[in-house]
Design a protein around this ligand. Structure first.
Ligand code: PLP
Length: 479
């Protein structure tokens, strides 16, 4: 299905970008950015005189958006790799990257060059009636990557958010399996925040006050402390649901590494046991890779786990800047079901192509690739801290570029206290999961250096020491 790319002579934007005047302008931009960005070299505390106006900005921002920010974070618009400058003059290590979006870190010269190229394009957005060559190339690149170890994926529909990519996948499933009216997913899953996805997400708070749109059945996830028994428990639960609602499930939507659920995964055999059961009942398998895309030893986590033969639909997002639904011919929607005014900004589509090239050419993938190296460097530090003070930090430590740990008892209060103190000390991370609540990091894989990892872990260690025995009053203020 993924036919060879037809040859076109260099036309339009690519011709424009190679004009010597643009090449020179790009050189000047690069030189200027490097000069500004190069001043950002280490963690820095806020400028005291900016404290009051910054506070005011934060409070107004909260009012404007109708709810306060999680962190007092308003970026200045400049950074340097893993370091970001905030508008109060402080500099921090950004280890969450907008929840996995800023894979190139901050002020990456190659990414900016590609954004400038996109800015020279004739339109801001691409979509239903406005597809430029860029959209074609990106769909093609994504399908080539997705199918290179045998997955049966023939089509790629771009989209502006992970939620929209998932909605499109859901619609294809329901149309294909009509009149099925139920979906399967795992306990602790997260799928997004539309009316339908709020039902699929296993968090009552996310659908508080919303009417029920689709009916969802939850299968318990793998427990690494009890592999055999938990595999049996999951397969039994699935089988029971399939028997209870024959022909009512349009598909199973799942994350191979649970993101919002706390960075837990399972071995290949676990998924195979479930997938075989689903296939016996002709239930399509829809893998949500919105958080996992580009974070394991392969571009797709289903490839990392060797599950290519089972996938019917896959969605990606976050680090790809533009989101997408990849699907097999069998899932192809009838005309009218899927269309969007915007499928992506020209700049995000251009950036996505730049980022995919970095992954392909930069030695990130593979069993011993850079992503693996980054993971191992973090976990070596965590192991060392755990050995010294086992009550302060524990694993599991996540997979590849999805790094996590539990602090103290993993209570929401203690974890938030740690995260706030970590932010103050100059490192930005984020919580995930419940029972225990975990600390997670999605480092900027294309920018982070070994020295950055060592510095970040030094800060983690010092914050753990600092809050190990807090006075009761300090606790109360931070909760
Ligand atoms: C696994 C997963 N699916 C879907 C989404 C929704 O993506 P978006 O926030 O871009 O709509 C997310 C976002 O965190 C996610 O982690």
């Amino acid at each position: 299905m993924n036919a060879p790319t037809p040859n076109l002579p260099e036309v339009g934007l690519s011709q424009l970008c190679n004009d010597p005047r643009i090449v020179e302008a790009q050189r000047l931009i690069r030189e200027t950015i490097n000069e500004y960005s190069g001043r950002i070299t280490d963690i820095r505390t806020p400028e005291p005189e900016l404290a009051a106006p910054y506070e005011k900005l934060l409070s107004e921002m909260g009012d404007l958006r109708g709810g306060g920010l999680y962190y007092p974070y308003l970026g200045s618009g400049i950074g340097n790799g893993a370091l970001v400058e905030l508008a109060d003059g402080s500099i921090k290590y950004d280890m969450i990257s907008g929840i996995g979006v800023h894979i190139c870190g901050h002020s990456h010269e190659g990414l900016i060059e590609s954004l400038v190229e996109a800015a020279l394009s004739d339109t801001v957005m691409q979509g239903n009636l406005q597809q430029n060559l860029d959209s074609y190339h990106l769909c093609k690149d994504l399908l080539t990557l997705a199918t290179n170890t045998g997955a049966n994926l023939d089509h790629c529909f771009l989209s502006t958010s992970g939620a929209m990519a998932n909605e499109n996948a859901l619609k294809m499933l329901f149309q294909k399996k009509s009149p099925a009216d139920r979906m399967l997913t795992f306990e602790n899953s997260f799928s997004g925040r539309t009316m339908a996805l709020a039902q699929l997400t296993d968090r009552p708070g996310n659908r508080d006050g919303l009417p029920q749109t689709i009916s969802v059945d939850y299968v318990p996830f793998f427990d690494q402390n009890d592999p055999e028994e938990s595999t049996k428990r999951s397969v039994d639960a699935l089988q029971k649901l399939l028997n209870r609602y024959p022909d009512r499930h349009a598909g199973m939507c799942l994350e191979l590494i649970q993101g919002e659920g706390g960075y837990y995964s399972a071995p290949r055999e676990y998924f195979v046991a479930l997938f075989e059961c689903l296939q016996q009942h002709q239930i399509p398998i829809f893998i949500d890779e919105i958080q996992t895309f580009g974070r394991t030893s392969r571009m797709f986590a289903f490839q990392h786990l060797g599950l290519d033969e089972y996938v019917d639909l896959v969605t990606i997002g976050k680090m790809s800047q533009v989101c997408a639904t990849l699907f097999s011919d069998d899932m192809k929607p009838r005309p009218g079901l899927i269309s969007q005014t915007f499928t992506g900004a020209t700049s995000s589509i251009h950036a996505a192509r730049f980022i995919l090239k970095q992954f392909q050419n930069g030695g990130f993938l593979g069993e011993n690739g850079r992503t693996h190296e980054i993971h191992n460097r973090f976990t070596a530090h965590f192991e060392k801290m755990h050995t010294a003070t086992p009550d302060r930090i524990t694993g599991p430590y996540g997979v590849g570029g999805m790094v996590a740990f539990t602090v103290f008892d993993g209570s929401p209060k203690r974890t938030k206290e740690f995260l706030n103190a970590l932010f103050e000390a100059g490192v930005i991370a984020f919580p995930a999961g419940a029972n225990p609540t975990r600390v997670r990091m999605l480092p900027p894989l294309l920018a982070i250096q070994n020295e950055d990892i060592d510095n970040v872990c030094e800060v983690i260690q010092s914050v753990l020491n600092q809050i190990a025995e807090p006075p009761q009053s300090a606790f109360d203020g931070l909760a």
